[in-house]
Design a protein around this ligand. Sequence first.
Ligand SMILES: [Zn+2]
Length: 76
Amino acid sequence: MLADTARFRADDPDPLVIASLACPICLRSDDIEWTAALDGYDPSVACRCPRCQERWRVYLAPHQALRFGLIDVLAD
Ligand SMILES: [Zn+2]
């Protein structure tokens, strides 16, 4: 599985946070399916692009995981 490191700041707005999950192939982030695993030592988000049939994982720094938790609630 491809792996990447998230590139957003804790004070970025939600669209920028979501954009950091963009598909590595088509670079789209609007129809990405993602599942956040924010607990534990190595928080990350498992992503899937239905367009490319590609899966990858984005790893988060601790402050990014806290920020991501705020939109995780909204996405469910
Ligand atoms: Zn894609």
